[in-house]
Design a protein around this ligand. Sequence first.
Ligand SMILES: Nc1nc2c(ncn2[C@@H]2O[C@H](COP(=O)(O)OP(=O)(O)OP(=O)(O)O)[C@@H](O)[C@H]2O)c(=O)[nH]1
Ligand SMILES: [Mg+2]
Length: 313
Amino acid sequence: MKGRDSKEDDSNENKKTVAIVGLDGAGKTTIINRLLRSEFNLTRPTFGINIEIYKYRSLEFVVYDLGGQMPLRETLWEKFVSSADGLVFVLDSADKKRFNIAAEEFNNALSYNQEAPVLFLSNKIDLEDAASSDDVLDVIDFGELIRLQRKYNFSRCSALTGEDLFESWDWLTHNLAADQDLPLTNVKILGGFIFDSDGTEIETVILGKPKTQAKRVELFKRGKYELSRFIRQMEQYPKAETLLQAHKNQLIIIKKENIVIGIIVGENDPAARAVQILKTLSDKVERIFTDSKKECLKQLLEDNYPLDIIKDK
Ligand SMILES: Nc1nc2c(ncn2[C@@H]2O[C@H](COP(=O)(O)OP(=O)(O)OP(=O)(O)O)[C@@H](O)[C@H]2O)c(=O)[nH]1
Ligand SMILES: [Mg+2]
């Protein structure tokens, strides 16, 4: 009996609610679709609220995706924002004409909830006329949050290409799970891939002892399939990122110009760290590739990230 009760307590502790608000068309539903399904789907304006539940790392998120049109802002936001554990505000960084209204609504949202960590996402950075961080910070004032020592994060992202989205979400996850021992710094890399952006496979590396490598063949097949799909989806974008669940692991992929690199890490590992590793690796691979395209991932991982590589017992 006791065991069951404590299990129930645990599951409540792991359940966090996040309210995601912003003006209509800012990209809230697209961001949630991207996080939920890691796919770019066409969205319709949200008339009211979408409630989505998804698991990320050890947390279960109940996400309130609130419509951003005027009547909804007035009627719905307060109720859902006030009870949320985390608050996400999304700005369309190319919609400069409405920055002042967005700033006002951001302040309104903050006034409904004085506790929740705040993630401010300046979205649509893939667009040419997207505002710079400085332009946004001219209008959005974080001074009050700093004065109150409130946890907040300002980040630019694109829901369309996934750029910088997963790192920001990882920040929120960490802050909502502050009382849990989620690994912060290291990931367990099971292996990875380098592909050319035209879809040609250059290298696939499965790390670990030969016996365990054999067990991971299926996982890597799935990884390759997802990578090829990602390459097709992101064909027209020079930069893109994604995070996908692959069996019980996470597959993180980044595209930079003509290189696509992915790694598979453990299910509760910090995505932000994985993305950082991939960004560093893509620079190194780019330099190696100026001569000719050759296999180099295994060596780069062993030389640069010895502590992040899976150690099979
Ligand atoms: N280029 C670009 N377009 C985006 C991005 N994110 C969203 N969009 C587009 O912006 C439009 C509005 O996106 P939604 O996600 O429906 O916006 P929303 O904030 O949920 O809007 P409401 O539900 O009306 O409050 C859609 O056409 C999306 O495809 C992005 O990062 N880049
Ligand atoms: Mg919506």
